[in-house]
Design a protein around this ligand. Structure first.
Ligand SMILES: [Zn+2]
Ligand SMILES: [Zn+2]
Ligand SMILES: [Zn+2]
Length: 139
């Protein structure tokens, strides 16, 4: 009956390893959390239309028509409102159907765009600076 000291040694080692593992995991969690916090505290990108501090899709500084026009000029994707380095057909915004315009008028014309820049999806706000845009769907 020779109790080898190595068995208790290995137990001790196991215990140490477990402690180390826990500490390591905690540390990993902490750094992850810090990284997440850093991510969330980072100021959100400014509005691509008016450069104020709000998400582009929440922009109320411009009328939908103005936003649509700006989007075309600045090469902003009218579906996802990011700078368009992609083809509209491959836009990931297409999969987020709740952000897309569901106005009958637009769907009829296969006009796919973000609801926030569409004048048909919601009653357009009273903007006195913008004149009536003549629409060219003369039938
Ligand atoms: Zn804006
Ligand atoms: Zn897009
Ligand atoms: Zn629309």
């Amino acid at each position: 009956m020779s109790k080898r000291p190595s068995s208790s040694d290995s137990d001790e080692w196991k215990h140490q390893a477990q402690l180390m593992m826990t500490a390591w995991k905690l540390k990993d969690m902490a750094t992850k959390e810090a990284r997440d916090r850093q991510k969330t505290t980072r100021p959100p990108g400014k509005c691509r239309f008016c450069h104020h501090d709000h998400p582009t899709y929440q922009c109320t500084s411009l009328s939908p028509a103005e936003k649509m026009e700006k989007a075309v000029k600045k090469n902003i994707c009218i579906i996802c409102l990011a700078y368009a380095h992609h083809h509209p057909a491959s836009c990931r915004g297409l999969r987020m159907t709740n952000t897309l315009c569901h106005a009958q008028q637009c769907r009829k014309n296969y006009n796919i765009h973000n609801a926030s820049i569409c004048g048909n999806s919601a009653p357009p706000p009273k903007v006195t600076t913008i004149e009536d845009i003549p629409d060219d769907n003369s039938e």
